[in-house]
Design a protein around this ligand. Structure first.
Ligand code: PMP
Length: 307
């Protein structure tokens, strides 16, 4: 039997320990200044193949390394070590179900916000379904946030670091307090950027449109998967800036991310987009989940078997 969530095993400092024994120093720069970079990686259980598949693990590790490099954190773990530890901690928990795995590199020790080391790591596999409410909805009523998305010249959205989620928090809490499910941010040029923890696609005239990476958007792995899947389905994709009112007039729109997967947007600022999941969104959602769960051999190269 896999352990209860409160007793699950976490990988920390080279050891696999129960979560209540995984401790860090309160003076560590990660605790004081959010000095960490991380990935949220999904694993999908395939009961027919009796196998757990990690989705696009190598691409997550590439992004983790880019984030680490941009924050000038010491390069302590090789990609091989990142992968070995990832697999070991899931096996230790004996998980045979869908997971969201948090893999975080952080600055420990007694330094300050300028410290580059020591860099340590924890890996926490979390059975899926326990995260934020907006990740478990059939469709989302969104608002355009009054908060601007962070930008590359202040706090780069390209870096997946804990501190960036303060901006996400402001947008998400404001949206919830005003009765919406989640927020969509505009960037510092007034164009659509992304959600607090997801990327955005809109569909108009059968074509998919998504903001550029230079529109203050995380280099999302789900976004990349959707672009590939859309090409394979003969759906045209445009990567370009999107105006706010253009989005209000979309035929379909959805948010996407490792946690969010593909979730339709029902309305934005009370402009109705659709009452249910649109046709293009539905097609992409089905093929995305089939690919991630190992039911589509064509995308098998995206998967890493755990067992
Ligand atoms: N944007 C933000 C701000 C996010 O936190 C996430 C989730 N990691 C995404 C986009 C989607 O990225 P991915 O598809 O790689 O999970």
């Amino acid at each position: 039997m896999p352990p209860k969530v409160e007793e699950r095993f976490i990988w920390l400092s080279g050891a696999i320990v129960p979560v209540y024994e995984a401790k860090i120093n309160v003076l560590a720069p990660t605790a004081q200044f959010g000095l960490n970079v991380f990935e949220g990686i999904r694993c999908y259980w395939n009961s027919e193949q009796n196998q757990l598949f990690a989705f696009r693990l190598a691409d997550h590790f590439k992004r983790l390394k880019r984030s680490q490099r941009l924050l000038k954190m010491a390069d302590t773990f090789s990609v091989e070590e990142l992968k070995e530890a990832f697999i070991a901690v899931i096996k230790a928990n004996e998980y045979k179900e869908d997971l969201a795995v948090r893999q975080t590199l952080f600055i420990e020790g007694y330094g300050s916000w300028g410290s580059r080391e020591p860099v340590n790591m924890f890996i926490a596999p979390i059975p899926k379904g326990k995260t934020s409410a907006e990740y478990n909805k059939k469709g989302l009523n969104c608002c355009i946030s009054s908060w601007q998305r962070i930008n590359d010249n202040a706090l780069s959205p390209r870096i997946k670091c804990g501190a960036n989620y303060i901006n996400s928090r402001m947008g998400q809490l404001e949206a919830l307090e005003n009765g919406y499910d989640t927020a969509i941010f505009l960037n510092n040029h007034g164009h659509i950027s992304e959600g607090p923890g997801s990327c955005l696609f809109m569909c108009k005239g059968g074509k998919l449109i998504t903001p550029l990476f230079t529109d203050s958007v995380l280099e999302s792995i789900t976004r990349d998967s959707i672009i590939t899947l859309a090409h394979d389905l003969d759906i045209k994709v445009e990567e370009r800036s999107i105006d706010r009112t253009e989005l209000y007039n979309a035929d379909e729109a959805f948010l996407c991310g490792s946690s969010m997967e593909i979730t339709p947007i029902f309305s934005i600022d009370h402009y109705e987009i659709s009452k249910e999941k649109g046709q293009v969104t539905k097609k992409l959602h089905e093929i995305y989940l089939a690919a991630a769960r190992g039911e589509e051999t064509k995308y098998r190269h995206w998967l890493t078997p755990i067992y």
